[in-house]
Design a binder for this molecule. Structure first.
Ligand code: S3P
Length: 169
């Protein structure tokens, strides 16, 4: 069975929607960032701080290659995975790509209380969110299915995905 690959900006709801999908479809979850943290033995924030974003991106690509070769999983990705064509080729190989979107304001509201996103650890996070979303939009738009998550529960989003994927899997 094909993987369902959840992409989208930080705070778009990938992790919570993955949980709902996993329950609804009885599929396992593979959370790429969680796997990276487990393997490296340190948090994503620490990887950024100690080795830099570039090194994180290399580790992320290696993880995309490995998780992309499996099957039957809901794969929750980090928000920047779409930036490299190589990552998306690995994930697309045996998966259907879903992108979750949210407005910058929604993203801010959902991420403001946690400080585990090094890219948003800046003086003006809303501005940074707007810049990054704008720059990444062309990449996010390449998904097979795009679902808006503003003002929806993770369950509503998961139901929309299941319905939307009926014709694509
Ligand atoms: C990133 C998103 C994060 C994590 C890292 C970089 C990004 O994952 O991979 O901090 O570049 O958007 P989430 O989207 O799960 O927060």
């Amino acid at each position: 069975m094909k993987n369902i690959v959840l992409t989208g900006f930080m705070g778009a709801g990938k992790t919570s929607v993955a949980c709902e999908l996993s329950r609804m479809l009885s599929m396992k979850i593979v959370d790429m960032d969680a796997e990276i943290e487990k393997e490296q033995g340190i948090t994503i924030t620490e990887i950024f701080a100690r080795f830099g974003e570039q090194r994180f991106r290399e580790i992320e690509t290696d993880m995309a290659r490995r998780v992309g070769s499996g099957s039957g999983a809901i794969i929750s990705t980090g928000g920047g995975v779409v930036l490299k064509d190589e990552n998306m080729a690995y994930l697309r190989n045996n998966g259907v790509i879903v992108c979750l979107t949210a407005s910058p304001e929604t993203v801010l509201e959902r991420t403001v209380r946690s400080n585990d996103r090094p890219l948003l650890n800046v003086d003006d996070p809303l501005r940074k969110i707007k810049e990054l979303i704008e720059a990444r939009l062309p990449f996010y738009k390449k998904a097979d299915l795009v679902v808006k998550t503003d003002d929806k529960t993770p369950l509503q989003v998961a139901e929309e995905i299941v319905e939307g994927l009926q014709w694509k899997r």
